[in-house]
Design a protein around this ligand. Structure first.
Ligand code: ACO
Length: 279
């Protein structure tokens, strides 16, 4: 998994963000990322995802919450379909470069896809809580981006669709694991292999949304959630998210041991803080 490289390097410039179809606003502990290519229904390119990874690597260390939303009335129409044309998008490398004439090598393509996945993987970092605020369509890569976040708040017009199999592709932007973790392999199979649209209320029933609200209430609901998340101790929140992420893969005994170790870490830190306060 992509690990934190806090405060490492320089954040993307406004020009880099703009070319990637992204906006970034950091206000204290909260970073807001907006997918912003309204003329393409917020479709994303490889550059969008490598720039997302860049954002993750260079977030200020005091950021705790990351909110991802789409510009206007749509989250994202998924990958820019121009990425599958030989010309690519805006001078950017096409995904199919060298495949038709056999000059592409599998290792190079795998490395390229891995670089795109980095844009999604960092959203699982235990020191952050990531929130997708979804209006309208979240299709393909857009759905996978929302799935990469810890929490999903949906407007009641939201519609989730794993379109990839309908286009002859597999979902490869790290979305299959969270989807299966949330809805189970059988429902995930049905959702992916029909490529149907899952509406907001069904998403809520399936656990794909923590909250569904009216379109006009979405910004306020996200702000309320942020306030709730900021009410807990940061280090405890980080340790707790880390524990929760391990729970599915652990046996009960392993998880109980992980809880003990994490708690000893917390108690030690709290005691050191109290002792420092007394000095
Ligand atoms: N890639 C490139 N351009 C797109 C994309 C996309 N994924 N989605 C929409 N656009 C463009 C359209 O071509 C159109 O451009 P134009 O004005 O130059 O003709 C413009 O955005 C508006 O699109 P409309 O289809 O007119 O918008 P509408 O609101 O009717 O529909 C919807 C929105 C449902 C998102 C529709 O555009 C759509 O189905 N897009 C394709 C979705 C898709 O297949 N994504 C890939 C999934 S697989 C993956 O992400 C890995």
């Amino acid at each position: 998994m992509a690990q934190a490289a806090h405060d490492a390097g320089t954040a993307p410039t406004e020009e880099q963000l703009s070319r990637a179809g992204l906006r970034l606003a950091v206000d204290g502990p909260v970073a807001r990322i907006t997918i912003s290519r309204p003329e393409r229904r917020n479709a994303m390119t490889g550059r969008t995802w490598t720039t997302l990874a860049h954002i993750g690597q260079t977030l200020p260390g005091d950021v705790r919450i990351v909110v991802i939303a789409g510009e206007g009335d749509i989250f994202s129409a998924g990958i820019d379909l121009g990425m599958f044309t030989p010309e690519g998008v805006d001078g950017e490398r096409s995904i199919v470069t060298g495949l038709a004439d056999g000059s592409a090598d599998a290792a190079g393509l795998e490395e390229y896809i891995a670089s795109l996945q980095e844009g999604f993987l960092w959203l699982r970092r235990p020191d952050l809580v990531t929130v997708a605020a979804v209006r309208g369509h979240a299709i393909g890569a857009g759905f996978q981006l929302a799935l990469s976040c810890d929490l999903r708040v949906l407007a009641d017009d939201a519609s989730l669709c794993m379109k990839e199999p309908a286009l002859g592709l597999v979902p490869d932007l790290t979305g299959t694991k969270p989807l299966v973790d949330i809805v189970g392999v059988h429902r995930a199979t049905e959702i992916c292999l029909t490529a149907r649209r899952v509406g907001a209320h069904e998403a809520r029933e399936l656990g794909l949304a923590e909250l569904v609200v009216g379109v006009d209430e979405l910004p306020g609901a996200v702000d309320d959630l942020i306030q709730g998340l900021l009410a807990t101790d940061r280090d405890a929140a980080t340790a707790t998210k880390d524990l929760l992420q391990r729970a599915t893969g652990n046996t009960l005994e392993q998880q109980a041991e992980a809880e003990r170790r994490a708690q000893i870490g917390r108690l030690t830190a709290l005691a050191a803080g109290t002792a420092a306060g007394r000095r």
